[in-house]
Design a protein around this ligand. Structure first.
Ligand code: FNS
Length: 493
């Protein structure tokens, strides 16, 4: 059995060994091939890299990418020295007073406040960042603040039913858990937290291509065989790899293929870059002058496989590969939505990737208005065979109902569920979903709409949508933050 000190001597580009899950690997020859660049590996040369490795790599990645003889065997656990993780210590200190009990989270904003105190800085940067100046990320939620309800009265609202169906699959609410990458950055169970909660609460989860967990782990985490999942696809420049992924998803019973079309290159998320940049900038990478394009941060590094040449011409190929309904995720104009409908696709997600792609893209809810008008003008709406989804900035059931009133079938939610499980595991996500369900019941009752069919365009006033007022959402979660900051002695920022 190897000793840690033996591994520690192989800590350079000329001879680079790392430890992952107690096994030593010689990655010297792999360094130039690593999509994330040599620098991030060299940072852990001669050390235990397990904690850094896990959130980014699905199980089996090493075995799939290294020749057998590069696995050098087990390292005596008694000799392994743990890295002095300054940043983890700081985070632990912040939360040493513990986090508030789950039932003190009263809305989706509260989870963000709590997650910020428990997430590693790199994880917080990755999850919370938007592109450039984050104008679109803020606008995503602000835009909902410019839509007003027109509630109707004296309607029998004794029984409220907010169930619906997405692409022909039952859902307990017009909400799905959208695809967000690198789930293990926030919690060791990663995306499985979402699978379990979605199954328990009857929601559909969209499995991301860039998940931390393996596809099989996420599918195996279903709470029962009838649990419905969708798959979010980044098309790989190597189309064979993409075909294999799609077939695997279809064989696993996935019920919808959401092709991401707003990210031919991942956006410049500067919070993420700064964190990663400092992270890699301080490491051997600079002195080794790696040729990794670090100017795009970690996101670019993990997504260099995405095919920027993907175009409308490829849709017939995509349709030939699968019988799953195909939805384009990241459509931002009526022209592209109409084209998708005319091509016989199953729908579109009006989305700007949570403001993480092109800054100053309009919010999904803003685009929804023009898309519905354009489809109606061509007798393409309403059409149960072509569904419209919206995501970005949805934090309240009132946001969900505004989108439904304007013609969306359902909405996708990302960050709040990430924050919920980063702080509280899958129980956090279950709680978040139940909070939304309680809001749905109350909002629909007060709106005068017993079912989603009764949530109609006349119930919203969208005249203010086209003007951009600076709507700053109330400082949500401040109550919980105050409590928290006193509990753990943090300055009340
Ligand atoms: C927050 C977040 C979003 C990501 C996401 C990762 C995070 C941490 N990632 S990303 O690494 O490439 O940017 C994906 C992804 O893998 N694929 C994708 O289609 N959308 C990705 N999205 C966008 C997501 O699917 C929704 O469009 C967005 O999260 C909706 O906005 P809210 O977070 O405000 O709900």
């Amino acid at each position: 059995m190897l000793k840690f000190d033996e591994v520690a001597q192989h800590n350079s580009r000329d001879s680079c060994w790392v430890i992952v899950h107690g096994q030593a690997y010689d990655v010297t020859e792999f360094l130039p091939e690593h999509p994330g660049g040599a620098g991030i590996i060299l940072k852990y040369a001669g050390k235990d890299a397990t904690e850094e490795y896990d959130p980014i790599h699905p199980p089996g990645t090493l075995e799939e990418n290294l020749p057998k003889d590069k696995c050098l065997g087990p390292v005596d656990p008694a000799t392994i020295k743990k890295e002095d993780k300054k940043e983890e210590k700081a985070t632990a200190k912040k939360a040493e007073g513990g986090i508030p009990p789950l039932d003190q989270c009263l809305n989706l904003f509260d989870f963000e406040v709590v997650a910020k105190t428990v997430l590693k800085p790199t994880a917080w940067a990755y999850y919370s960042s938007g592109a450039d100046d984050e104008v679109t990320m803020r606008e995503n939620n602000s835009a909902f603040g410019r839509i007003w309800f027109r509630p109707r009265i004296l309607r029998d609202v004794a029984n409220i039913d907010y169930s619906t169906s997405l692409l022909g699959n039952k859902s307990s609410m017009p909400v799905y858990i959208t695809a967000t990458a690198l789930g293990k950055l926030g919690h060791p169970d990663g995306e499985k937290n979402l699978t379990v909660a979605a199954g328990k609460e009857g929601l559909i989860q969209m499995i991301p291509t860039l998940a931390s967990c393996s596809f099989d782990e996420i599918v195996d985490a279903r709470v029962n065989d009838s649990q419905v999942q969708f798959f979010q696809l980044y098309v790989n420049s190597n189309r064979k790899i993409t075909e294999k992924l799609i077939r695997k998803a279809e064989d696993a019973g996935v019920k919808g293929l959401f092709v991401t079309v707003d990210a031919p290159q991942l956006g410049r998320r500067e919070k993420d870059m700064r964190m990663k940049f400092d992270d890699t900038g301080s490491n051997v990478q600079n002195s080794n002058k790696d040729n990794v394009d670090r100017s795009q941060g970690a996101a670019r590094a993990i997504s260099s496989f995405i095919d920027p040449s993907l175009s409308w011409d490829d849709l017939n190929w995509l349709k030939s590969v699968t019988r799953m309904p195909i939805v384009l995720k990241g459509v931002q104009t009526w022209e592209d939505a109409v084209r998708a409908a005319e091509l016989g696709l199953a729908g579109v997600v009006l989305s700007n990737h949570g403001g993480r792609q092109l800054d100053f893209s309009r919010s999904g809810i803003e685009v929804l208005g023009e898309v519905v008008e354009a489809l109606k003008a061509r007798n393409l709406f309403p059409n149960p065979m072509f569904q419209i989804f919206v995501d970005g900035g949805i934090r309240r059931a009132s946001d969900v109902l505004k989108a439904v009133a304007m013609g969306a079938t359902a909405v996708g939610i990302g960050r709040p569920f990430l924050y919920a499980y980063s702080a509280y595991g899958s129980d956090g996500v279950v709680h978040a979903i139940r909070l939304l369900k309680a809001e749905m019941e109350m909002n629909m009752r007060l709106l005068g709409a017993p079912t989603l069919k009764d949530v109609v365009p006349e119930m919203v006033d969208t005249r203010a949508l086209s003007t951009h007022v600076n709507f700053t959402p109330p400082s949500h979660g401040s109550q919980i933050y105050e409590k928290l900051s006193t509990a753990v002695g943090m300055p009340n920022e």
